[in-house]
Design a protein around this ligand. Sequence first.
Ligand code: C5P
Length: 417
Amino acid sequence: MGHVVLQGKRILLIVGGGIAAYKALELIRRLRERGAAVRCVLTKGGGEFVTALSLGALSEDKVYGELFSLTDEAEMGHIRLSREADLVVVAPATADLLARMASGIADDLATTLLLATDKPVLIAPAMNVRMWEHAATRRNLARLEADGVTRIGPEVGPMACGEFGPGRMAEPADILAAIEARLTVAGSLTGMRALVTSGPTFEPIDPVRFIGNRSSGKQGHAIAAACARRGASVTLVSGPTHEPDPQGVTTIRVQTAQEMLAACEAALPADVAVCAAAVSDWRVSAPANQKLKKAKGQADPVLALVRNPDILATLAQRKKDRPRLVIGFAAETENLIAHASAKLESKGCDWIIANDVSPSTGTFGGEQNEVHLVRAGQGRSRPEIESWPRDSKAAIAERIAERIGDALGRQTAATSS
Ligand code: C5P
C-alpha cells in the first residue's frame, strides 16, 4: 500500500551537513521508485558531504542551494518552493539546523523554507551522541515537537566519530516508512467533509440593535483553513466577523443562531463537525419590527429572552447523518477540565477543546490560545486529557486538524479491515 501513498506525492528534501548525508541519496532513490517527486535543497554544510550533481541526478530535478541566487528566485520564489510540496523532510537534520528551526531563524534557503512552509515537516536527526544529549538539543526538540514537527530516529549505534550511542540517522527504509505514515494517517483529511462553525451570532433586538459577543472568529476560521489544507472539503458557517473567508473553503455567512443551525444542517452529511462559534445562548423572543424609540414618559423596554438552539448538542445527538466526530469548545474562566468533561456528557459530543478565557489571558480576540483537548473515554472510562502549550491560534488549528485526521483515519482503517 506504501506505493499508492507515495505515488504523485511531492517531497521537499532538505539535506543538512553531516556524514549521514550519503543516506539521503538512497532515500531519494527509494522515493522515486515509489512514484514520489523529490526536490532537493542542499545546505552549505550538506554540500561538504554530497554534491548537488548526485542529488540532481537521482531526483531528476533542479537542486536548490543559495537563498540569494537570482536565477533560483526568478524561476521560483522560496515561498512557492516551500509550499509546492506535500511534505518537507530534513535528512540529515543536524543539531545546528534543529536549533535554527526551533528559534525560527531564517538565514539560509533551508531555514527560510522551513519558516515559510505551511506543510508538515519530518526531521531525521543525525549528530554526535553528546550533542544529541545536550540540554540545548533536548530543548530544541521539545520546541519543534510542540510546533508539530514529526521526528524519525536517531538510532543507537557506533558513530562515524568513534563514539557509541544515540545519534545515528535512521536508515532510509525507516525514513521512507515515516514519510508514508506522515502522508497517510497523520492528519490527512483527503476525501473527508468537515463542517466548522465560527464567530459570534448577532440576535436582533430591533432592525438596528442586536445582542452579540466579542468572539473574533480567529480560531474557527483557522481550523477551517487547516482542515482544507489537509485535503478536506470544508464548509465554514460563520457569524459576523472581520476575518476574511479562508482560501479553499465554502464559507456561509449567517447572523443568528437559528440561521447558523439551519446552515449547518444543510451542510450535512459531514465526517467531522467542529463547533467553534460563540453562539448566543438567548435571543430576543419578539424582536421589534421598527427601531425602538425612547419616548418621554414611556416605560423603558424590557427584553424577554428565549433559549437558542444548541447547535453542538443538536449535531451530536442527531440520529441521521451524525458526523463521525463532533467537537465542541468550552470557554471557561474556572475549573476548566471539570467543566469540559461535564460538557462532553451533556452535549453528547466526542471531544471538547477547553480554553481559559479569563480576561487576563487575552484569548478572546487575541492571536494566541492555550487549550486542553478532552476526549470522551470508552464506555465509562474517564476522559483523556491532552494539554498543549500556549501557541498561536493558527498552530493550535493545525494540531486540531491533525488530530482529526488521525482519528478519522483510524476509524476508516478499523471499519475497512
Ligand atoms: O454551553 P456552552 O456555550 O458553554 O458550549 C460551548 C460549545 O457549544 C461551543 O462548541 C459552542 O460552539 C457550542 N454551542 C452551540 N450552540 C449554542 C451554544 C453553544 O453550538 N447555542
